[in-house]
Structures are given as structure tokens and as C-alpha cells.
Design a protein around this ligand. Structure first.
Ligand code: SF4
Ligand code: SF4
Length: 448
């Protein structure tokens, strides 16, 4: 058990798990083991990326979210609409105000587009790129990527832009506006409609801040089921849109929008395979000459999140069509942006901290001993990284053995060798004739 208690949105339904081990080899942080017939998630290593939810054939992994009814716990409820929600709506059903009306029917008094916060974030990124000498700078907008860096690539933490995510920036702008209007802060309930489990964790246990402005996180698929039948409601909006909506902000729902906004020499990454490959390269000092890296854990960006309803390809088609109805840009007042930037409105309040794996032992000397044992064991294992043992690869199995979680016999190749040796010994033993029987055989031979 780790010293710190971690919140995780992603969890396992044991009843459904068939111990197939598929998820163990897909997890980017080697956080899953299959022991005693069930998958287990190692708390300290999970980054809530949702990759195991995406790949489990039994749908045994799921994301923990808040119930829709929580909206009614607040006298003034605000829905934060992420750009990816616009990719879910078929173009025939899309009207700029249809979402506001439909969300009002679900109990929301107002809506705020995270795309608006994204425009602030883009401007803050540009400013930070101008003033920082660190290169490349890595976007902090995807919470799964930020956690991945904390857990597996902590040497790259200085490269992460210490600017809040569009989600948190939008929530802060909402609170500021409503409080200026005289609302009691206790009455305001801000709810984010999430495309992925990583953003649930980013709210419940934020990185770079001590708490969130967001009261609850609703699953996009849960909300969409309720929204869809209400999308064709015509007439004036019943709810209120707090900020203007524009194409550049909504484009943040898919890959390359951030890099397009920020400019400079950049890479746009989508999916954990690409992200891990590039972070591996960066930690080896490769990839010089890159200014900015936009990294999205989900394929296609947030439109590919595992709590969305549409396929990411359908989402892309819908998004292209739907954003045509939006205004091309909504420039932020320069003076206001500079004032906010200078007073730290956009900055993370706390430094991002490393979250390395638990050491093999509290005592340095003992830990070194165990590390040597681990290397020794690894040399004996077949090195096929098949995952059949329930650990993601041979290196993890060697580590799990020295941690006392399992034994060498979980490796089917080691087990086969042991069984072969035992069989051989039994055979050799069977050939050995006991002395008394040996004499009897000799007598029989003479008599015949
Ligand atoms: S993919 Fe993982 S969680 Fe799903 S059934 Fe297989 S072992 Fe269990
Ligand atoms: S959510 Fe991601 S990090 Fe966590 S166990 Fe699943 S694949 Fe691994």
C-alpha cells in the first residue's frame, strides 16, 4: 500500500474480469497485474488514462463519475461543456443554442464553454513560450499525460507548462463572473461533462493545485443519453450561455488545435503509444529543435475519450460540420489578458510533483540487494514478455517476485522446465532397480 491515498476514477468490476491479461500489456505505466484469477490495479502507478477500459473485451474496467442528480444539490448549477461534446452531436441535430436548451432541461441554470477557457489557455501558452528558455515545452492540457510524466518520466516535469487546464481556467472564470454578479459562492455548483476518466481524477485529486473549482464530474455518455432526445427543442434558449463561443476554442477537442494556436516548431501527438515514444526520446535527450509538444493520451484527442459515445472518426466528421456554425474568433481583450497573466490567474498554484514507484525496500542497502536479485531473476526468465504470468513483462515479473507478490512458478516457461526436470528425475528413478529385485532378476535369468 502506498503512503499516499490516491483517488482513481478507473476501477475493476471483479465479476466481469476473466483474467485474460490483455489489459496488463496495454497499460502505459505497467499498473495492472492478474493474480489469483483477477486483474488488480496498482494504486500508485495508475494514471487513469482509460486505456484498459478501451481494451478490455469484458468491459470489466469502468470510470467512476458523479450521478446526474447531483446537479440539483446546488441553487445555481453550471454545466461546463468540453469541446468534445460538439463532436457527439449529429450535424442534423446541431444548433448553436440547442445544447443550452437541452442542458437547461436537465437542471442547469447556465452553461460555459471550455473552448472559451481554451482561448485563454492558448494565449497564456504563447506568453509562457515567449518568456521561458526551456525547450521543448509540453502542454499540460491532458491530465493523463501530466500524470504519465509524474509517474514515469519525472525528469521531464520542468518541461510541462505550469498553466492550468482549459477546464480549470473556465471554472475559475465562471466563479469570478457569478460572484461579481453577487451570487453566494456556496450556491454555485459547477459540473464538468467529461469525455475521459483522467479528467474525473484531475478534479477529485488535482495536480498543481490543492482543490478544484468544479463540484462534480458527469460522464459524457450518461449526459448524452439524456440530452439527445431534447436536442431538437426550438425557440429561445431557456438557459444562459456565460461566455461567447468560437471555432478556435472548440477545435481543442481534437489533435493539432493547440499546436496550431501556439505556433513555433511543434509536434502534435495522439494516443499513448505516440506519447510514450516521444517522451522516451525526450528523456534520452533526443528531438532537439522542438518548441512545443501537444500530447493527447486519447487517439484523435478528447473526441477519442473512452466516455464518449461516438467513434472518434464519426466525432471528427461531426465536429468539422458543426463548428462551421460558430464565429471564427473571439479575441480576448489584450489588457484584460495581460492583467490576468501578470497576476498569476492562469498559473498552477503548486509545482507538479514526481510520483515514482514505491522503492523495493525502505532501507537503501536492502533495496540494492533486491535489485541485484531482480536482475539475476530476469536473466533466468525467457525474455518473451508474453504477459501470460499476469505481469506485463518479464522485468515486471522479476520485480514482483522480489517484492514477494508472486513466484517464478507463474512463468509458464519456468514451470515447464521444472516439470520436465521432475519428469526426468522420476524416469531416472523408475530405471533404478532395488537391490533385492536385482538379485531376484539374476536368479530368474539363471533358472531359465
Ligand atoms: S482485459 Fe484485464 S480486466 Fe479485462 S478481462 Fe482481461 S484481465 Fe480482466
Ligand atoms: S487507467 Fe491507464 S494507467 Fe490506469 S490501469 Fe488502466 S491502463 Fe493502466
Amino acid at each position: 500500500m502506498s503512503a499516499m491515498e490516491y483517488f482513481h476514477s478507473v476501477h475493476l468490476d471483479e465479476e466481469r474480469c476473466q483474467a485474460c491479461t490483455i489489459c496488463t500489456t496495454r497499460c502505459p505505466t505497467e499498473a495492472i497485474r492478474v493474480y489469483q484469477g483477477k486483474a488488480r490495479i496498482l494504486d500508485e502507478r495508475c494514471i487513469d488514462c482509460g486505456e484498459c477500459m478501451r481494451t478490455c473485451p469484458q468491459e470489466a474496467k469502468m470510470g467512476r463519475v458523479d450521478p446526474l442528480d447531483d446537479v440539483f444539490r446546488y441553487p445555481y448549477a453550471v454545466a461546463l461543456i468540453p469541446p468534445s461534446l460538439y463532436s457527439q452531436i449529429p450535424p442534423k441535430q446541431f444548433q448553436v443554442d440547442s445544447l443550452v436548451n437541452a442542458l437547461a432541461a436537465l437542471g442547469f441554470d447556465a452553461v460555459a464553454d471550455v473552448g472559451h477557457g481554451a482561448e485563454h489557455t492558448a494565449a497564456a501558452y504563447k506568453e509562457y513560450l515567449r518568456e521561458s528558455t526551456v525547450r521543448p515545452l509540453i502542454s499540460s492540457a491532458c491530465p493523463a499525460v501530466v500524470r504519465l510524466i509524474q509517474v514515469r518520466f519525472d525528469e521531464l516535469l520542468p518541461n510541462v507548462i505550469p498553466i492550468e487546464s482549459p477546464m480549470e481556467t473556465t471554472a475559475a472564470l465562471v466563479r469570478e463572473l457569478l460572484q461579481q454578479e453577487g451570487r453566494d459562492p456556496e450556491d454555485i455548483g459547477i459540473f464538468f461533462i467529461t469525455p475521459c476518466p483522467a479528467k474525473v481524477t484531475a478534479v477529485k485529486q488535482p495536480a498543481g493545485r490543492s482543490g478544484s473549482n468544479i463540484a462534480g464530474v458527469l460522464s459524457m455518455s450518461d449526459v448524452y443519453q439524456e440530452l439527445y432526445p431534447r436536442l431538437n427543442h426550438k425557440g429561445n434558449p431557456q438557459g444562459r450561455r456565460l461566455f461567447p463561443l468560437s471555432r478556435p476554442g472548440v477545435r481543442w477537442g481534437y489533435t493539432a488545435a493547440q499546436a496550431f494556436e501556439v505556433r513555433g516548431t511543434h509536434l502534435s501527438l495522439e494516443g499513448l503509444d505516440q506519447v510514450v515514444e516521444v517522451l522516451d526520446d525526450l528523456s534520452l535527450g533526443k528531438l532537439p529543435g522542438v518548441d512545443f509538444i501537444e500530447a493527447n493520451a486519447c487517439p484523435g484527442g478528447c473526441i477519442g475519450g473512452c466516455l464518449t459515445v461516438q467513434s472518434r472518426f464519426q466525432g471528427q466528421v461531426n465536429m468539422h460540420r458543426n463548428i462551421r456554425a460558430l464565429s471564427t474568433r473571439n479575441p480576448l481583450p489584450e489588457g484584460e489578458f495581460q492583467r490576468r497573466y501578470q497576476n498569476g490567474f492562469y498559473r498552477m498554484a503548486l509545482p507538479l510533483e514526481s510520483r515514482p514507484a514505491q522503492p523495493l525496500h525502505e532501507d537503501m542497502g536492502q533495496a540494492m540487494q533486491l535489485m541485484l536479485q531482480q536482475e539475476e531473476l530476469l536473466r533466468k526468465l525467457p525474455g518473451l514478455d508474453c504477459g501470460a504470468c499476469g505481469s506485463p513483462n518479464c522485468k515486471s515479473l522479476a520485480e514482483d517476485i522480489v517484492r514477494g507478490w508472486t513466484t517464478e512458478m507463474d512463468c509458464i516457461f519456468v514451470l515447464r522446465e521444472v516439470v520436465q526436470n521432475v519428469a526426468k528425475e522420476l524416469w531416472d528413478l523408475a530405471q533404478q532397480v532395488p537391490p533385492t529385485l536385482h538379485k531376484r532378476n539374476q536368479i530368474d535369468d539363471t533358472e531359465s
